[in-house]
Design a protein around this ligand. Structure first.
Ligand code: FA5
Length: 398
């Protein structure tokens, strides 16, 4: 669409978008006069000259106001080029068509009017630039202004899960005693989970560990989810000769109904020390040291006879109740003692499965229930809380 502002031979460089606003069409009609001489326009007297320049000035003012309101940088630039452009801007055309060919007696008057128009346009340009810059600055200030009444940004701190904290604490204690940390598979064979631990098929000890078995492809060896971390005793001894000092943190699985003290997934830390001349005294000393480090210096331990097929003798390690200090309370059922974990001296039968010389080597093993130890340490009354991930619970351990 031809630009209504384009009168006569306005060059492409001075064309600019006008939309379809009628006001411009009307203005451009009036501006057609700048392509004619004063003589052609029939303007002779100084009053007529003044009226003509007043008309141009009015046109400039209204157009400038519209552009300023619109505040489109590209349009503004085109607007100024159209008015002040050196080659075919409005002022240049007035100079060429009105001033230069004007009658000598008119020239002075036309020149004065033209200068006044130029000064006016220049002053508006300066003022417009200042106004636009000030407005931009105000916008920037408003955008950057900080509202001090807004609540601050809180960045909640993450924390380690209580079970992870127990793992790390127990690892720290045993690392300081010269143990190393090893990991093993959660999917096990019945051999490592039971047989090599002296629990043959149909042995009643398997009943205590109701097991998740995997559906194995036909002909393949059956697999199960390990019911304890003890298989790693066998796997480690198979691989290395004494001295052995390891702990095995990890996940274990049993078909137990979830309640306040049981989960079907839970965590254990296995411990195994095998060397020449390891005695029951070493075992007792290690256990006492661990319990004191973990639960505090005032806590006392006692060993109670128990049974595990892979330790002989086997014991349950009890500690004085951390809640009543041993005086007796509801938690310890008034006994003053709390059961902590099972342990014992490695049964020589196990050494037979790993080709250790049972006459030369001896050792002890223990299996810590991580949920249970954490419950005792922090007085947590429901094991299920560990797995619900309620931040109100977890936040207490931050
Ligand atoms: C064992 O698993 C033996 N392997 C421990 C052992 C290792 C004995 C080495 C001797 C030498 P037990 O079945 O008692 O033992 O389990 C050990 C601990 O796991 C328990 O004391 C208890 O704290 C925890 N535990 C057992 N079942 C669950 C369960 N369903 N949910 C949460 N914790 C459990």
């Amino acid at each position: 669409m031809p630009c209504p502002y384009m009168i006569a031979d306005v060059r492409p460089s001075v064309r600019y978008a006008f939309d379809s606003r009628l006001i411009f069409i009307k203005m451009s009609e009036r501006l057609q006069k700048i392509d004619q001489t004063l003589q052609q326009l029939g303007v002779g007297t100084s009053d007529q000259v003044s009226a003509l320049f007043a008309e141009v000035r009015e046109l400039f003012n209204s157009e400038e106001a519209l552009h300023r309101k619109e505040n489109d940088a590209a349009n503004l630039q085109a607007f100024w080029t159209a008015w002040l452009g050196r080659k075919s801007g409005v002022l240049t055309r007035i100079t060429e068509n009105w001033l230069k060919p004007s009658q000598p007696e008119q020239k002075r008057n036309v020149g004065q009017e033209l200068n006044a128009l130029k000064s006016h346009i220049e002053a508006v340009r300066v003022e417009q630039t200042a106004a636009i810059e000030a407005a931009a600055e105000q916008t920037a200030i408003a955008r950057e202004r900080e509202d001090l009444s807004l609540p601050g940004v809180t960045r909640p701190l993450g924390s380690r899960h209580p079970l992870r904290q127990t793992f790390e604490e127990i690892e720290r204690i045993f690392l300081s005693l010269g143990y190393s940390v090893v990991a093993g598979p959660e999917m096990e064979t019945p051999y490592y989970n039971f047989e090599a631990l002296n629990i043959p098929e149909h042995h009643p000890a398997r009943d205590n560990m109701d097991t998740f078995y995997m559906a194995a492809p036909q002909g393949a060896a059956p697999l199960l989810l390990r019911t304890h971390t003890s298989p790693m005793q066998v796997r480690t001894m198979e691989k290395q000769q004494p001295p052995v000092r390891i702990i095995v943190p990890g996940k274990v699985y049993r078909r137990d109904n979830p309640d306040a003290t049981h989960g079907f997934i839970f965590h254990q830390i296995e411990g195994l020390a095998v060397d020449t001349d390891i005695t029951f005294c070493d075992f007792k000393g290690t256990v006492e040291y661990f319990v004191r480090e973990f639960l505090g210096p005032k806590v006392k331990t006692r060993l109670r006879p128990s049974y595990f097929p892979f330790t002989e003798p086997s014991v349950e390690v009890d500690a004085t109740c951390v809640f009543c200090g041993g005086r007796g309370c509801n938690v310890c059922k008034q006994s003053g003692w709390i059961e902590l974990f099972g342990a014992g001296m490695v049964d020589p039968a196990v050494y037979g499965f790993v080709n250790y010389d049972a006459k030369k080597y001896s050792g002890f093993a223990f299996g810590l229930g991580v949920e249970r130890l954490t419950q005792l340490k922090y007085n947590i009354n429901d094991l299920q809380l560990y797995f619900q991930n309620d931040v109100r619970f977890l936040r207490q351990f931050a």
